[in-house]
Design a protein around this ligand. Structure first.
Ligand code: SAH
Length: 463
Protein backbone atom coordinates (compact mmCIF):
# COMPACT_ATOMS: atom_id res chain seq x y z
CA UNK A 1 0.00 0.00 0.00
CA UNK A 2 1.58 3.23 -1.14
CA UNK A 3 -0.67 5.57 0.83
CA UNK A 4 -2.51 4.83 4.05
CA UNK A 5 -5.98 6.33 3.98
CA UNK A 6 -6.62 8.41 7.10
CA UNK A 7 -9.10 11.19 7.78
CA UNK A 8 -7.60 14.45 8.97
CA UNK A 9 -9.38 16.78 11.35
CA UNK A 10 -8.43 20.18 9.99
CA UNK A 11 -10.83 22.37 11.93
CA UNK A 12 -9.02 25.62 12.57
CA UNK A 13 -5.67 24.11 11.63
CA UNK A 14 -3.39 26.48 9.75
CA UNK A 15 -2.99 25.25 6.18
CA UNK A 16 -0.86 26.86 3.48
CA UNK A 17 -1.89 26.87 -0.14
CA UNK A 18 0.78 27.96 -2.60
CA UNK A 19 -0.78 29.20 -5.83
CA UNK A 20 -3.96 31.07 -6.69
CA UNK A 21 -5.23 29.73 -10.02
CA UNK A 22 -8.11 27.41 -10.88
CA UNK A 23 -6.43 24.31 -9.48
CA UNK A 24 -5.58 26.05 -6.23
CA UNK A 25 -9.16 27.32 -6.01
CA UNK A 26 -10.47 23.78 -6.30
CA UNK A 27 -8.28 22.64 -3.43
CA UNK A 28 -9.22 25.71 -1.38
CA UNK A 29 -12.90 24.84 -1.70
CA UNK A 30 -12.23 21.46 -0.16
CA UNK A 31 -9.93 22.76 2.56
CA UNK A 32 -12.37 25.39 3.80
CA UNK A 33 -15.13 22.80 3.77
CA UNK A 34 -13.02 20.88 6.26
CA UNK A 35 -12.72 24.01 8.37
CA UNK A 36 -9.03 24.74 7.72
CA UNK A 37 -7.61 28.18 8.55
CA UNK A 38 -6.30 28.87 5.09
CA UNK A 39 -3.44 31.06 4.00
CA UNK A 40 -2.85 31.49 0.29
CA UNK A 41 0.46 32.73 -0.96
CA UNK A 42 0.43 33.88 -4.56
CA UNK A 43 0.98 37.12 -6.48
CA UNK A 44 -2.50 36.73 -7.99
CA UNK A 45 -5.60 34.78 -7.09
CA UNK A 46 -8.94 34.08 -8.77
CA UNK A 47 -11.97 36.10 -7.78
CA UNK A 48 -13.59 32.95 -6.39
CA UNK A 49 -10.60 32.18 -4.22
CA UNK A 50 -10.58 35.74 -2.91
CA UNK A 51 -14.26 35.42 -2.02
CA UNK A 52 -13.68 32.03 -0.37
CA UNK A 53 -10.95 33.46 1.79
CA UNK A 54 -13.09 36.41 2.75
CA UNK A 55 -15.98 34.13 3.69
CA UNK A 56 -13.84 31.79 5.80
CA UNK A 57 -11.49 34.12 7.59
CA UNK A 58 -8.69 33.09 5.31
CA UNK A 59 -5.69 35.16 4.51
CA UNK A 60 -4.08 36.12 1.20
CA UNK A 61 -0.38 36.84 1.19
CA UNK A 62 0.14 38.65 -2.07
CA UNK A 63 3.68 37.55 -2.79
CA UNK A 64 5.81 34.82 -4.27
CA UNK A 65 6.43 31.77 -2.14
CA UNK A 66 9.26 31.94 0.42
CA UNK A 67 10.38 29.08 2.70
CA UNK A 68 9.40 31.08 5.78
CA UNK A 69 5.75 30.83 4.62
CA UNK A 70 5.76 27.31 6.03
CA UNK A 71 6.33 28.51 9.57
CA UNK A 72 3.53 27.57 11.87
CA UNK A 73 1.58 25.62 9.23
CA UNK A 74 0.13 22.17 9.82
CA UNK A 75 0.33 21.16 6.19
CA UNK A 76 0.93 22.59 2.75
CA UNK A 77 -0.53 22.22 -0.71
CA UNK A 78 1.34 23.49 -3.75
CA UNK A 79 -0.69 24.24 -6.85
CA UNK A 80 1.32 26.68 -8.90
CA UNK A 81 1.92 26.34 -12.64
CA UNK A 82 5.66 26.63 -11.96
CA UNK A 83 7.28 23.21 -11.50
CA UNK A 84 10.38 24.69 -9.85
CA UNK A 85 8.32 26.46 -7.19
CA UNK A 86 6.29 23.30 -6.54
CA UNK A 87 9.46 21.24 -6.13
CA UNK A 88 10.88 23.87 -3.79
CA UNK A 89 7.78 23.71 -1.60
CA UNK A 90 8.07 19.95 -1.49
CA UNK A 91 11.75 20.03 -0.49
CA UNK A 92 11.23 22.68 2.18
CA UNK A 93 8.26 20.85 3.68
CA UNK A 94 10.06 17.51 3.71
CA UNK A 95 12.91 19.09 5.63
CA UNK A 96 10.45 20.02 8.37
CA UNK A 97 8.53 16.71 8.13
CA UNK A 98 5.46 18.71 7.20
CA UNK A 99 2.81 16.85 5.19
CA UNK A 100 2.91 18.16 1.61
CA UNK A 101 0.83 17.74 -1.51
CA UNK A 102 1.88 18.97 -4.92
CA UNK A 103 -1.16 18.82 -7.09
CA UNK A 104 -0.95 16.31 -9.94
CA UNK A 105 2.56 15.16 -8.98
CA UNK A 106 2.19 12.03 -6.83
CA UNK A 107 5.96 11.71 -6.49
CA UNK A 108 5.99 15.12 -4.78
CA UNK A 109 3.33 14.20 -2.25
CA UNK A 110 3.47 12.80 1.23
CA UNK A 111 -0.32 12.83 1.21
CA UNK A 112 -2.84 12.87 -1.60
CA UNK A 113 -6.44 13.94 -1.96
CA UNK A 114 -8.73 11.04 -2.70
CA UNK A 115 -11.91 11.51 -4.69
CA UNK A 116 -14.75 11.65 -2.21
CA UNK A 117 -18.38 10.75 -2.02
CA UNK A 118 -19.61 13.14 0.60
CA UNK A 119 -22.63 12.12 2.65
CA UNK A 120 -21.53 14.12 5.62
CA UNK A 121 -20.85 12.79 8.24
CA UNK A 122 -20.42 9.68 6.12
CA UNK A 123 -17.46 9.88 3.75
CA UNK A 124 -16.20 7.51 1.11
CA UNK A 125 -12.72 8.19 -0.20
CA UNK A 126 -11.42 6.63 -3.39
CA UNK A 127 -7.82 6.67 -4.45
CA UNK A 128 -5.75 5.18 -7.23
CA UNK A 129 -2.61 6.27 -5.34
CA UNK A 130 -2.24 9.02 -7.91
CA UNK A 131 -2.19 6.59 -10.87
CA UNK A 132 -5.43 7.44 -12.62
CA UNK A 133 -7.61 10.29 -11.42
CA UNK A 134 -10.05 9.61 -14.26
CA UNK A 135 -10.56 6.01 -13.20
CA UNK A 136 -11.07 7.22 -9.67
CA UNK A 137 -13.71 9.65 -10.87
CA UNK A 138 -15.54 6.96 -12.83
CA UNK A 139 -15.61 4.76 -9.76
CA UNK A 140 -16.82 7.68 -7.70
CA UNK A 141 -19.73 8.25 -10.07
CA UNK A 142 -20.73 4.62 -9.65
CA UNK A 143 -20.58 4.84 -5.89
CA UNK A 144 -22.46 8.16 -5.92
CA UNK A 145 -25.27 6.39 -7.73
CA UNK A 146 -25.25 3.50 -5.28
CA UNK A 147 -25.22 5.34 -2.00
CA UNK A 148 -28.49 7.07 -1.17
CA UNK A 149 -28.20 10.81 -0.69
CA UNK A 150 -29.86 10.41 2.71
CA UNK A 151 -27.16 8.11 4.07
CA UNK A 152 -25.56 11.10 5.73
CA UNK A 153 -28.75 11.71 7.68
CA UNK A 154 -28.76 8.06 8.65
CA UNK A 155 -25.16 8.22 9.83
CA UNK A 156 -26.00 11.30 11.90
CA UNK A 157 -28.98 9.51 13.41
CA UNK A 158 -26.88 6.45 14.28
CA UNK A 159 -24.25 8.69 15.83
CA UNK A 160 -26.82 10.43 17.98
CA UNK A 161 -28.26 7.17 19.33
CA UNK A 162 -25.03 5.26 19.53
CA UNK A 163 -24.53 5.77 23.24
CA UNK A 164 -28.12 4.90 24.07
CA UNK A 165 -27.82 1.60 22.23
CA UNK A 166 -24.46 0.94 23.81
CA UNK A 167 -25.93 1.41 27.26
CA UNK A 168 -28.91 -0.80 26.47
CA UNK A 169 -27.16 -3.72 24.74
CA UNK A 170 -23.91 -4.53 26.50
CA UNK A 171 -22.83 -7.46 24.42
CA UNK A 172 -20.82 -6.42 21.37
CA UNK A 173 -22.10 -9.02 18.92
CA UNK A 174 -25.73 -8.52 19.93
CA UNK A 175 -25.29 -4.79 19.53
CA UNK A 176 -23.77 -5.20 16.09
CA UNK A 177 -26.68 -7.39 15.03
CA UNK A 178 -29.11 -4.84 16.37
CA UNK A 179 -27.48 -2.05 14.36
CA UNK A 180 -27.38 -4.19 11.25
CA UNK A 181 -31.11 -4.73 11.44
CA UNK A 182 -31.81 -1.11 12.27
CA UNK A 183 -29.61 0.38 9.56
CA UNK A 184 -30.96 -1.87 6.86
CA UNK A 185 -34.60 -1.90 7.79
CA UNK A 186 -37.72 0.06 8.52
CA UNK A 187 -36.03 2.43 10.94
CA UNK A 188 -33.45 3.40 8.34
CA UNK A 189 -36.09 4.00 5.71
CA UNK A 190 -38.01 6.25 8.08
CA UNK A 191 -34.92 8.27 8.86
CA UNK A 192 -33.89 8.59 5.23
CA UNK A 193 -37.39 9.76 4.38
CA UNK A 194 -36.93 12.55 6.90
CA UNK A 195 -39.03 10.97 9.66
CA UNK A 196 -36.32 10.95 12.30
CA UNK A 197 -38.69 11.15 15.24
CA UNK A 198 -40.61 8.13 14.00
CA UNK A 199 -37.34 6.30 13.33
CA UNK A 200 -36.21 6.98 16.87
CA UNK A 201 -39.53 5.85 18.31
CA UNK A 202 -39.24 2.54 16.43
CA UNK A 203 -35.63 2.11 17.50
CA UNK A 204 -36.46 2.69 21.16
CA UNK A 205 -39.37 0.30 20.93
CA UNK A 206 -37.09 -2.35 19.51
CA UNK A 207 -34.53 -1.73 22.22
CA UNK A 208 -37.19 -2.42 24.83
CA UNK A 209 -38.14 -5.70 23.27
CA UNK A 210 -35.39 -7.10 21.12
CA UNK A 211 -37.39 -10.31 20.74
CA UNK A 212 -40.28 -8.49 19.09
CA UNK A 213 -41.05 -9.41 15.51
CA UNK A 214 -39.68 -6.79 13.19
CA UNK A 215 -42.54 -4.65 11.93
CA UNK A 216 -43.15 -4.85 8.24
CA UNK A 217 -43.39 -1.96 5.89
CA UNK A 218 -44.89 -1.45 2.47
CA UNK A 219 -43.31 0.54 -0.31
CA UNK A 220 -45.52 1.55 -3.15
CA UNK A 221 -42.93 1.94 -5.85
CA UNK A 222 -43.34 3.58 -9.24
CA UNK A 223 -41.47 1.38 -11.72
CA UNK A 224 -41.64 3.82 -14.63
CA UNK A 225 -43.11 3.17 -18.05
CA UNK A 226 -40.95 0.25 -19.20
CA UNK A 227 -37.29 1.05 -19.76
CA UNK A 228 -35.59 -0.28 -16.60
CA UNK A 229 -33.08 2.57 -16.72
CA UNK A 230 -35.89 4.95 -15.87
CA UNK A 231 -36.21 3.52 -12.38
CA UNK A 232 -35.24 5.91 -9.59
CA UNK A 233 -32.28 5.13 -7.33
CA UNK A 234 -34.67 4.81 -4.45
CA UNK A 235 -36.87 2.35 -6.30
CA UNK A 236 -33.85 0.20 -7.16
CA UNK A 237 -32.61 0.25 -3.59
CA UNK A 238 -35.95 -0.67 -2.05
CA UNK A 239 -36.45 -3.42 -4.60
CA UNK A 240 -33.19 -4.96 -3.52
CA UNK A 241 -34.20 -4.83 0.11
CA UNK A 242 -37.66 -6.35 -0.30
CA UNK A 243 -38.73 -9.72 1.09
CA UNK A 244 -41.76 -9.80 -1.17
CA UNK A 245 -42.44 -8.08 -4.48
CA UNK A 246 -45.95 -7.67 -5.84
CA UNK A 247 -46.08 -6.60 -9.45
CA UNK A 248 -48.50 -6.33 -12.30
CA UNK A 249 -48.57 -6.60 -16.04
CA UNK A 250 -47.24 -3.14 -16.76
CA UNK A 251 -43.96 -3.78 -14.96
CA UNK A 252 -41.12 -5.00 -17.17
CA UNK A 253 -39.74 -8.44 -16.18
CA UNK A 254 -36.21 -7.01 -16.10
CA UNK A 255 -37.34 -4.66 -13.32
CA UNK A 256 -38.89 -7.46 -11.27
CA UNK A 257 -35.59 -9.31 -11.75
CA UNK A 258 -33.81 -6.59 -9.83
CA UNK A 259 -35.30 -7.92 -6.61
CA UNK A 260 -33.11 -10.08 -4.37
CA UNK A 261 -32.84 -13.59 -5.65
CA UNK A 262 -34.50 -15.04 -2.56
CA UNK A 263 -37.33 -12.50 -2.55
CA UNK A 264 -40.82 -13.85 -3.05
CA UNK A 265 -42.44 -12.57 -6.26
CA UNK A 266 -46.20 -12.33 -6.52
CA UNK A 267 -47.93 -11.54 -9.80
CA UNK A 268 -51.12 -9.62 -9.23
CA UNK A 269 -51.43 -8.62 -12.88
CA UNK A 270 -54.23 -6.55 -14.15
CA UNK A 271 -55.65 -6.17 -17.58
CA UNK A 272 -58.53 -3.92 -18.41
CA UNK A 273 -61.69 -5.66 -17.19
CA UNK A 274 -59.70 -8.82 -16.36
CA UNK A 275 -58.32 -8.33 -12.92
CA UNK A 276 -56.34 -11.47 -12.09
CA UNK A 277 -56.34 -10.51 -8.42
CA UNK A 278 -59.17 -8.18 -7.42
CA UNK A 279 -58.04 -4.84 -6.02
CA UNK A 280 -59.52 -5.55 -2.59
CA UNK A 281 -57.47 -8.75 -2.38
CA UNK A 282 -54.30 -6.90 -3.33
CA UNK A 283 -54.99 -4.33 -0.63
CA UNK A 284 -55.53 -7.08 1.93
CA UNK A 285 -52.47 -9.02 0.82
CA UNK A 286 -50.28 -5.97 1.41
CA UNK A 287 -51.64 -5.69 4.94
CA UNK A 288 -51.21 -9.40 5.70
CA UNK A 289 -47.63 -9.53 4.46
CA UNK A 290 -46.64 -6.44 6.43
CA UNK A 291 -48.22 -7.87 9.57
CA UNK A 292 -46.01 -10.93 9.12
CA UNK A 293 -43.05 -8.58 9.41
CA UNK A 294 -42.19 -8.59 5.71
CA UNK A 295 -40.74 -5.70 3.75
CA UNK A 296 -43.10 -5.51 0.86
CA UNK A 297 -42.53 -3.71 -2.41
CA UNK A 298 -45.64 -3.12 -4.45
CA UNK A 299 -44.38 -2.28 -7.94
CA UNK A 300 -46.67 -0.15 -10.03
CA UNK A 301 -46.21 0.76 -13.67
CA UNK A 302 -45.35 4.41 -14.17
CA UNK A 303 -46.19 6.51 -11.12
CA UNK A 304 -48.28 4.99 -8.31
CA UNK A 305 -50.42 8.10 -7.99
CA UNK A 306 -51.21 8.57 -11.67
CA UNK A 307 -54.10 6.26 -12.57
CA UNK A 308 -52.44 3.68 -10.38
CA UNK A 309 -54.98 3.21 -7.60
CA UNK A 310 -52.07 3.82 -5.27
CA UNK A 311 -54.36 5.84 -3.04
CA UNK A 312 -56.66 2.89 -2.43
CA UNK A 313 -53.82 0.55 -1.56
CA UNK A 314 -52.41 2.80 1.11
CA UNK A 315 -55.78 3.59 2.65
CA UNK A 316 -56.06 0.11 4.13
CA UNK A 317 -52.43 0.18 5.26
CA UNK A 318 -53.07 3.43 7.06
CA UNK A 319 -56.15 1.95 8.73
CA UNK A 320 -53.98 -0.86 10.10
CA UNK A 321 -51.26 1.52 11.23
CA UNK A 322 -48.72 -0.07 8.89
CA UNK A 323 -45.80 2.11 7.85
CA UNK A 324 -45.63 2.78 4.14
CA UNK A 325 -43.89 4.98 1.67
CA UNK A 326 -44.84 5.97 -1.83
CA UNK A 327 -41.98 6.30 -4.28
CA UNK A 328 -42.78 8.29 -7.40
CA UNK A 329 -42.02 6.92 -10.82
CA UNK A 330 -41.84 8.36 -14.29
CA UNK A 331 -45.38 8.27 -15.54
CA UNK A 332 -46.18 6.91 -18.99
CA UNK A 333 -46.99 10.38 -20.35
CA UNK A 334 -43.56 11.73 -19.45
CA UNK A 335 -41.66 8.64 -20.55
CA UNK A 336 -43.49 8.05 -23.81
CA UNK A 337 -43.54 11.73 -24.78
CA UNK A 338 -39.80 12.14 -24.24
CA UNK A 339 -38.89 8.98 -26.10
CA UNK A 340 -41.26 9.88 -28.92
CA UNK A 341 -39.88 13.40 -29.28
CA UNK A 342 -43.15 15.11 -28.36
CA UNK A 343 -42.71 17.89 -25.80
CA UNK A 344 -45.86 17.98 -23.70
CA UNK A 345 -45.66 21.74 -23.43
CA UNK A 346 -44.01 24.16 -25.81
CA UNK A 347 -43.89 27.92 -25.86
CA UNK A 348 -45.42 28.07 -29.33
CA UNK A 349 -47.94 25.25 -29.14
CA UNK A 350 -49.10 24.33 -25.67
CA UNK A 351 -49.03 26.08 -22.33
CA UNK A 352 -50.65 23.31 -20.35
CA UNK A 353 -51.04 19.56 -20.37
CA UNK A 354 -53.82 17.39 -19.02
CA UNK A 355 -53.60 13.70 -18.11
CA UNK A 356 -56.98 12.14 -18.81
CA UNK A 357 -58.43 8.70 -18.12
CA UNK A 358 -59.59 7.29 -21.46
CA UNK A 359 -61.58 4.64 -19.68
CA UNK A 360 -63.67 5.25 -16.64
CA UNK A 361 -64.79 3.04 -13.78
CA UNK A 362 -68.23 2.55 -15.31
CA UNK A 363 -66.81 1.50 -18.66
CA UNK A 364 -67.64 4.75 -20.44
CA UNK A 365 -65.59 7.77 -21.46
CA UNK A 366 -67.89 10.35 -19.90
CA UNK A 367 -66.02 13.57 -19.43
CA UNK A 368 -67.24 17.11 -19.45
CA UNK A 369 -65.95 17.50 -22.99
CA UNK A 370 -66.69 21.22 -23.09
CA UNK A 371 -63.63 21.74 -20.88
CA UNK A 372 -61.32 20.21 -23.51
CA UNK A 373 -61.63 22.84 -26.20
CA UNK A 374 -58.47 24.87 -25.53
CA UNK A 375 -56.12 24.51 -28.50
CA UNK A 376 -53.14 25.39 -26.35
CA UNK A 377 -53.59 22.43 -24.02
CA UNK A 378 -52.01 19.07 -24.77
CA UNK A 379 -54.20 16.11 -23.82
CA UNK A 380 -52.74 12.78 -22.83
CA UNK A 381 -55.18 9.89 -22.61
CA UNK A 382 -54.23 6.88 -20.54
CA UNK A 383 -56.15 3.62 -21.14
CA UNK A 384 -57.62 5.28 -24.21
CA UNK A 385 -57.39 2.65 -26.94
CA UNK A 386 -60.94 1.31 -26.60
CA UNK A 387 -62.39 4.76 -26.17
CA UNK A 388 -60.49 6.31 -29.07
CA UNK A 389 -63.53 6.69 -31.37
CA UNK A 390 -65.47 8.47 -28.62
CA UNK A 391 -62.49 10.65 -27.72
CA UNK A 392 -61.93 11.78 -31.32
CA UNK A 393 -65.61 12.36 -31.92
CA UNK A 394 -66.27 14.27 -28.71
CA UNK A 395 -63.22 16.50 -29.06
CA UNK A 396 -64.35 17.52 -32.54
CA UNK A 397 -67.93 17.98 -31.42
CA UNK A 398 -66.65 20.33 -28.73
CA UNK A 399 -64.56 22.63 -30.84
CA UNK A 400 -61.25 20.94 -31.56
CA UNK A 401 -60.36 21.11 -35.27
CA UNK A 402 -60.57 17.89 -37.27
CA UNK A 403 -56.93 18.28 -38.31
CA UNK A 404 -55.68 18.47 -34.72
CA UNK A 405 -52.68 16.09 -34.64
CA UNK A 406 -52.92 12.89 -32.62
CA UNK A 407 -50.16 10.44 -31.73
CA UNK A 408 -50.56 6.99 -30.28
CA UNK A 409 -47.47 5.68 -28.55
CA UNK A 410 -47.40 1.93 -28.30
CA UNK A 411 -45.26 0.35 -25.54
CA UNK A 412 -43.57 3.64 -24.86
CA UNK A 413 -39.88 3.67 -23.79
CA UNK A 414 -39.43 -0.04 -24.47
CA UNK A 415 -37.43 -1.46 -27.37
CA UNK A 416 -40.76 -2.19 -29.06
CA UNK A 417 -41.93 1.42 -28.89
CA UNK A 418 -43.91 2.40 -31.95
CA UNK A 419 -45.68 5.61 -32.83
CA UNK A 420 -48.76 6.09 -34.98
CA UNK A 421 -49.62 9.59 -36.07
CA UNK A 422 -52.88 10.95 -37.48
CA UNK A 423 -55.48 13.60 -36.77
CA UNK A 424 -58.73 13.65 -34.86
CA UNK A 425 -60.42 12.88 -38.18
CA UNK A 426 -58.15 10.02 -39.28
CA UNK A 427 -56.82 8.43 -36.10
CA UNK A 428 -59.51 5.78 -35.71
CA UNK A 429 -58.69 4.42 -39.18
CA UNK A 430 -54.95 4.63 -38.60
CA UNK A 431 -55.32 2.57 -35.45
CA UNK A 432 -57.73 0.09 -37.02
CA UNK A 433 -55.16 -0.61 -39.71
CA UNK A 434 -52.13 -0.85 -37.44
CA UNK A 435 -53.70 -2.82 -34.56
CA UNK A 436 -51.30 -1.55 -31.89
CA UNK A 437 -50.49 -3.65 -28.83
CA UNK A 438 -51.13 -2.45 -25.28
CA UNK A 439 -50.12 -0.44 -23.41
CA UNK A 440 -50.80 2.59 -25.52
CA UNK A 441 -50.96 6.26 -24.81
CA UNK A 442 -52.75 8.87 -26.86
CA UNK A 443 -51.41 12.40 -27.18
CA UNK A 444 -53.59 15.10 -28.73
CA UNK A 445 -52.46 18.59 -29.66
CA UNK A 446 -50.21 20.67 -31.87
CA UNK A 447 -47.08 19.51 -30.03
CA UNK A 448 -47.45 16.22 -31.92
CA UNK A 449 -46.25 18.09 -35.04
CA UNK A 450 -42.79 18.26 -33.45
CA UNK A 451 -42.55 14.50 -33.42
CA UNK A 452 -41.16 14.35 -36.99
CA UNK A 453 -38.25 16.63 -36.25
CA UNK A 454 -37.45 15.41 -32.74
CA UNK A 455 -38.30 11.71 -32.84
CA UNK A 456 -35.11 10.46 -34.38
CA UNK A 457 -33.08 12.11 -31.69
CA UNK A 458 -35.44 10.82 -29.01
CA UNK A 459 -35.14 7.27 -30.22
CA UNK A 460 -31.38 7.48 -30.56
CA UNK A 461 -30.95 9.01 -27.16
CA UNK A 462 -33.05 6.39 -25.46
CA UNK A 463 -31.56 3.27 -26.98
N1 SAH B 1 -49.56 4.48 -13.16
C1 SAH B 1 -49.33 4.38 -14.59
C2 SAH B 1 -50.60 4.36 -15.40
C3 SAH B 1 -51.46 3.17 -15.15
S1 SAH B 1 -52.90 3.18 -16.14
C4 SAH B 1 -48.41 5.53 -15.02
O1 SAH B 1 -48.20 6.46 -14.26
O2 SAH B 1 -47.92 5.49 -16.14
C5 SAH B 1 -52.41 2.17 -17.48
C6 SAH B 1 -52.23 3.00 -18.74
O3 SAH B 1 -50.99 3.65 -18.72
C7 SAH B 1 -52.19 2.18 -20.01
O4 SAH B 1 -53.49 1.86 -20.45
C8 SAH B 1 -51.51 3.13 -20.94
O5 SAH B 1 -52.41 4.12 -21.41
C9 SAH B 1 -50.53 3.83 -20.04
N2 SAH B 1 -49.19 3.25 -20.15
C10 SAH B 1 -48.48 2.69 -19.16
N3 SAH B 1 -47.26 2.31 -19.61
C11 SAH B 1 -47.21 2.67 -20.91
C12 SAH B 1 -46.22 2.56 -21.91
N4 SAH B 1 -45.03 2.00 -21.70
N5 SAH B 1 -46.49 3.06 -23.15
C13 SAH B 1 -47.70 3.62 -23.40
N6 SAH B 1 -48.65 3.74 -22.48
C14 SAH B 1 -48.43 3.28 -21.24
Amino acid sequence: MEFLPVCLRLTESPVLLVGGGEVATRKARLLVRAGAALTVVSPEITAELEALLAAHNGCWKKARYAPSDLDGQALVVAATPDAAVNRQVFTDARRQSMPVNVVDSPQLCTFIFPAIVDRDPLLIAISSSGRSPVLTRILRRKIEAMVPAAYGRLAGFAGRLRQLVKDSIRQDSARRLFWEQVLDGTVAEQVMAGQEAEGERLLRQRLLDTRALPVGEVYLVGAGPGDPDLLTFKAARLLQSADVVLYDRLVAPSIVDMARRDAQRVYVGKRRADHSVPQTEINQLLVDLALQGKRVVRLKGGDPFVFGRGGEEIELLAEHGIAFQVIPGITAANGAACYAGIPLTHRDYAQSVRFVAGYLKNGTVDHDWSTFRSTTETLVFYMGLMGLPVICEQLQAHGRAADTPVALVERGTTLEQNILVGTLATMVDVVARAQPAAPTLIIVGDVVRLHQSLAWFGAAASR
